[in-house]
Ligand binder design. Structure first.
Ligand code: TRP
Length: 447
C-alpha cells in the first residue's frame, strides 16, 4: 500500500480491511472471552453491539480518515486545529503498542503449534497430555519469546518490503479458505459426543447471566475484532477511494468478521464439552481444545497444519495493520524515514512482547494488581482504551465534523445509502455515546 495511495479495487479494499479485522480476535479471543462470560448471553449482546455500535463507529473512522487522507493524529489536528482532539490520535498510537505486545505472543503460539502439527506431535495424546504440553511450552519462557520475536520480525519485514500487495493477493484466496475450513470444522464438531451441550452453551442464552461486565466485555470484544477505537480504520479509511461505497464496505466487512467469530465458536465449544475442557480456561482455550479435535479426526494431521498456518496468516495481516498505524505516524511526523520507524517500533514491541510472554509463566512476578502483564494489556486495550477511543471518535464524527462532510463521506454525496444514513447519523450522535458512557459509569461504580 503506497502512502496516500488508494486501494485498487473494491475486492482489494475488502481484502485489505478484512485482513485487518479478521485475525486472532475472531478465532482465539472470541471463544475464550465468550467462554468466560457465560456463552450464549454474551454472544447475543456481542451480535447486537456489533450491528448497532461497531458498524457506525467503523463508518465514523472511515469518514475521518478518508476526508483527511492522513494518519490519525494529523487527521484530528486537520479537522479540529488547535484543539485537544489530536489526543485521540496519540492514545490510539499508544493503544497499538499495548495490543501488539500481547498479540504477537499469541501469534507466536500459533507458530509453535504449526511446528508441532507438522511434526505430528499431537497424535495419540490424551486431553490431559495436550493441556500439559501447552503448560510446559508457556512455562519454558524462552520458546514463546523466540516465536514472538520471529512473528514481530515477519510483521516488520512485510511492512518494510511493501509486499502488502502480495499479501493482499494471497489474502483473497486464503481468507475464503480459512472460512471454508472453519465451516468444515464446525460441521465436524457437531458430530462429537457432547456437541449438544457445547451448542447450547453458545446458542441458548441465560439472561440471568447478563451484567454490566458482560456488556463491557462484549463491547471490547466487538471493537477488538473490528479493529476499532484506535485509529486503525482511520488509517485504512485514508486509503479508500473517493467513489467507494463506504456503507457497503463497512457492512460487508462487519458481516464477515461476525461470521468468522461465530463459526469458530461453533467449531470450538462442542469440542470443549466433548473433551471435558473448562470453557473458562482463558487465553489458552483454543490451543488446548483444537489439538484434541485434530488428533482424533481423519485427515487431522493435514488439517491441523492448514489451520495453524491460516491462523498465522490471519494474525499477520492484522498485526501489519496495527504496526502500520505507528509507522505511518512516526514516519510522517518525524524525520526518521520508514525504515527507522519500523526498526524503532519492532524493537519496542520486541521488548514489551517478551515481557508479556514471560508474565505468563506461572508465579511470574510481572503482575499488576493480581493480573499478569499479558492479561493486563489484553483487558486494558479492549475494555478501557478502545471503548474510550470509540466514544471520542463517534462524538467527533457526530458533533465536531461538519454534517456536510459526514454526509458526503458516508453517502458519496447522496449517491447511495440515503435511506440508512439518517439512522446511522442518529446512532452516531445520540445512541452510541450515551450507551458507552452509561456502561463506563456503571462499571466504575458511579451509576
Ligand atoms: N481485529 C484484529 C483481530 O481480530 C486485531 C486488530 C488489528 C486490531 N488492528 C486492530 C484490534 C486495531 C484493535 C485495533 O485479530
Amino acid at each position: 500500500m503506497e502512502k496516500r495511495g488508494s486501494f485498487g479495487s473494491r475486492f482489494g479494499t475488502i481484502a485489505a480491511v478484512g485482513g485487518s479485522v479478521i485475525g486472532l480476535g475472531n478465532i482465539w479471543r472470541f471463544p475464550y472471552v465468550a467462554g468466560e462470560n457465560g456463552g450464549a448471553a454474551f454472544m447475543l449482546i456481542y451480535l447486537i453491539i456489533s450491528l448497532l455500535i461497531s458498524i457506525p463507529i467503523m463508518l465514523s473512522e472511515f469518514a475521518i480518515g478518508r476526508s483527511t487522507r492522513s494518519n490519525p493524529m494529523r487527521a484530528f489536528s486537520r479537522l479540529a486545529p488547535g484543539t485537544p482532539w489530536k489526543g485521540v490520535g496519540y492514545t490510539g498510537i499508544l493503544c497499538a503498542f499495548v495490543i501488539l505486545s500481547f498479540y504477537c505472543v499469541i501469534a507466536g503460539w500459533a507458530l509453535e503449534f504449526l511446528g508441532d502439527s507438522a511434526l505430528n506431535r499431537f497424535a495419540g495424546l490424551t486431553p490431559g497430555q495436550i493441556a500439559g504440553n501447552f503448560d510446559t511450552f508457556v512455562a519454558s519462557g524462552w520458546r514463546p519469546i523466540l516465536w514472538t520475536l520471529v512473528f514481530i520480525g515477519a510483521t516488520a519485514f512485510i511492512i518494510l518490503s511493501g509486499i502488502e500487495k502480495g499479501i493482499e493477493r494471497y489474502n483473497k484466496i486464503l481468507m475464503p479458505v480459512l472460512f471454508l475450513l472453519l465451516a468444515g470444522m464446525a460441521a465436524n464438531a457437531m458430530t462429537l459426543d457432547g456437541a449438544r451441550e457445547g451448542i447450547a452453551f453458545l446458542l441458548r442464552p441465560d439472561f440471568g447471566k447478563i451484567t454490566a461486565k458482560t456488556v463491557l466485555e462484549a463491547l471490547g470484544q466487538s471493537f477488538f475484532s473490528m479493529s476499532l477505537g484506535m485509529g486503525c480504520m482511520i488509517t485504512y479509511g485514508s486509503y479508500l477511494r473517493k467513489n467507494e461505497n463506504v456503507l457497503r464496505i463497512g457492512g460487508m466487512v462487519a458481516l464477515s468478521d461476525i461470521t468468522v467469530a461465530v463459526l469458530s465458536g461453533l467449531a470450538i465449544f462442542p469440542a470443549v464439552f466433548s473433551f471435558g475442557i473448562s470453557p473458562t480456561s482463558g487465553p489458552e482455550l483454543v490451543f488446548v481444545t483444537l489439538p484434541n479435535v485434530f488428533a482424533r479426526m481423519t485427515g487431522g494431521y493435514f488439517l491441523s497444519i492448514l489451520f495453524f498456518f491460516l491462523l498465522f496468516l490471519a494474525a499477520i495481516t492484522s498485526s501489519v495493520s496495527l504496526m502500520e498505524v505507528i509507522v505511518a505516524y512516526l514516519s510522517e511526523e518525524f524525520p526518521v524515514g520508514r525504515k527507522r520507524a519500523v526498526a524503532l517500533t519492532a524493537g519496542t514491541v520486541a521488548v514489551t512482547g517478551s515481557l508479556c510472554a514471560l508474565s505468563m509463566i506461572p508465579s511470574s512476578a510481572l503482575t499488576v494488581g493480581g493480573m499478569n502483564l499479558f492479561d493486563l494489556c489484553d483487558a486494558l486495550s479492549s475494555n478501557v482504551m478502545m471503548p474510550l477511543g470509540g466514544l471520542l471518535i463517534v462524538l467527533f464524527a457526530g458533533w465536531v465534523l461538519s454534517p456536510a462532510k459526514l454526509r458526503r463521506e458516508l453517502t458519496g454525496g447522496m449517491r447511495y445509502g440515503t435511506k440508512v444514513y439518517p439512522l446511522v447519523r442518529f446512532l452516531i450522535r445520540f445512541v452510541i455515546p450515551v450507551l458507552i458512557l452509561l456502561l463506563f459509569l456503571n462499571r466504575t461504580g458511579v451509576l
